[in-house]
Design a protein around this ligand. Structure first.
Ligand code: CA
Ligand code: CA
Ligand code: CA
Ligand code: CA
Length: 308
C-alpha cells in the first residue's frame, strides 16, 4: 500500500511553560539490534505489531501512565537494518485514538546545543523531525526549516508508518511503528553547503513526543546503528538455518533488500544446517529475470515442503 505523506502544517505551537514536570532520567541507551523481521505496512489486519512482539527487541523506555485521555506513550522499541531505523511505541490507550500529532525528534549529532530544542527542555537538539511520516529539517530556534528532502521509499525522506494516513483521515490506533529511511538527505541550498545526509554518524539520540508539551515525551533514547551479523549466506532471518522462512523474506524484500545474488546464496545453502540439502530440487534460473519466475516455482515448492 502506498503511504500518503501529507503536507501538514508544521508550525509548532509554543509550549506553555506553566508546567515543567520531569521527563524522568534524561537518557536511556537502547541496545543495537539488527532486525530482519520488522515490517511496517502491508500486514494482515490485527497482526501489525506481532513482528515486534516476536522480535526479541528490548523495550528501552517504559514511559509512565501520565497523559490519560489523550495519546499516552508506554513502551518503546528500536532496531535497524541497512535501510531503515525501526521504532515502535505502544500507548496506554485501550481504544484507538488520533495519532496525528505524534512527533519524532532526532538529535543526529548528539549535541543538545545544535538543532531545535524540542519542547524547550534542553535535552535534545533536533536536526531532523517527523510528524507521523512527514519529515522536516530543524535548526537552532527553528522547528521546521522548510527545506525539501529526498531519500527513502517515497523519495521525499518520508517514513513508512503504521497506522497510516488514509483517505478517511489521520492515523488512528493504540501505537505506532515507523521505518525511518537512513538515506534521508536534506536539500540545503548551496549557501549552506548543499545537500547533506541527515544521519551522518551511526549514533544519535531521539525522543517521541506530542503537541501537548510535556504531558507526554519519552526519555531521550540513544541508539547506535547495528551492523548485520556475519552469518550463513541465505540465512536472511539470522536464525542459523537456511529454509523456507528465509525464502519468504527474500521474496518480500526482492528488489529492495534482496536481489538475485541473495537468491543464489539461498539456493546454495538451502537446508543448512541439515545434513541433506535439497538444492538439486531447485531450478537454476539463468538470469535475474528468470530468477523472478523461478522464485514463484521455488515458493510453491517451499510451501509444499512446509505442508508435508
Ligand atoms: Ca509491523
Ligand atoms: Ca506516557
Ligand atoms: Ca543536535
Ligand atoms: Ca534462517
Amino acid at each position: 500500500m502506498t503511504p500518503l505523506v501529507r503536507r501538514l502544517p508544521t508550525f509548532f505551537v509554543a509550549i506553555s511553560a506553566c508546567c515543567i514536570p520531569s521527563i524522568g532520567s534524561a537518557q536511556v541507551i537502547a541496545p543495537s539490534f539488527y532486525a530482519t523481521t520488522i515490517q511496517v505496512q502491508g500486514e494482515a489486519p490485527g497482526t501489525e505489531f506481532d513482528d515486534w512482539t516476536n522480535s526479541g527487541i528490548t523495550v528501552v523506555d517504559m514511559d509512565p501512565l501520565d497523559n490519560p485521555g489523550d495519546v499516552d506513550f508506554a513502551n518503546v522499541q528500536v532496531a535497524n537494518d541497512d535501510e531503515f531505523l525501526y521504532i515502535r511505541v505502544s500507548t496506554f490507550n485501550a481504544t484507538p485514538i488520533s495519532l496525528a500529532n505524534v512527533y519524532l525528534g532526532f538529535d543526529t549529532d548528539q549535541d543538545k546545543a545544535t538543532g531545535f530544542d524540542v519542547l524547550q527542555i534542553g535535552e535534545i537538539g533536533s536536526e531532523l523531525g517527523y510528524q507521523t511520516d512527514f519529515p522536516f529539517a530543524q535548526y537552532t530556534g527553528i522547528f521546521n526549516l522548510g527545506l525539501s528532502m529526498t531519500g527513502g521509499p517515497i523519495g521525499n525522506g518520508g517514513a513508512l508508518i503504521f497506522p497510516s494516513w488514509t483517505e478517511a483521515g489521520p492515523p488512528v490506533g493504540i501505537g505506532y511503528e515507523w521505518a525511518v529511511p537512513l538515506d534521508v538527505t536534506i536539500q540545503f541550498p548551496p549557501a549552506l553547503g548543499g545537500p547533506k545526509l541527515a544521519f551522518t554518524q551511526p549514533s544519535f539520540n531521539f525522543v517521541i513526543y506530542t503537541d501537548q508539551g510535556l504531558a507526554d515525551i519519552t526519555q531521550v533514547i540513544s541508539y547506535t546503528l547495528a551492523t548485520p551479523p556475519a552469518g550463513t549466506p541465505g540465512d536472511f532471518d539470522l536464525d542459523n538455518d537456511v529454509d523456507g522462512a528465509d525464502f519468504l523474506l527474500w521474496q518480500q524484500g526482492f528488489g529492495t533488500t534482496y536481489d538475485a545474488a541473495d537468491l543464489a546464496d539461498w539456493k546454495a545453502n538451502f537446508g543448512l544446517p541439515a545434513a541433506a540439502p535439497v538444492v538439486s530440487a531447485v531450478p537454476e534460473p539463468g538470469s535475474a529475470l528468470l530468477a523472478i519466475g523461478g522464485a514463484a516455482i521455488i515458493g510453491s515448492m517451499v510451501r509444499r515442503r512446509k505442508a508435508s
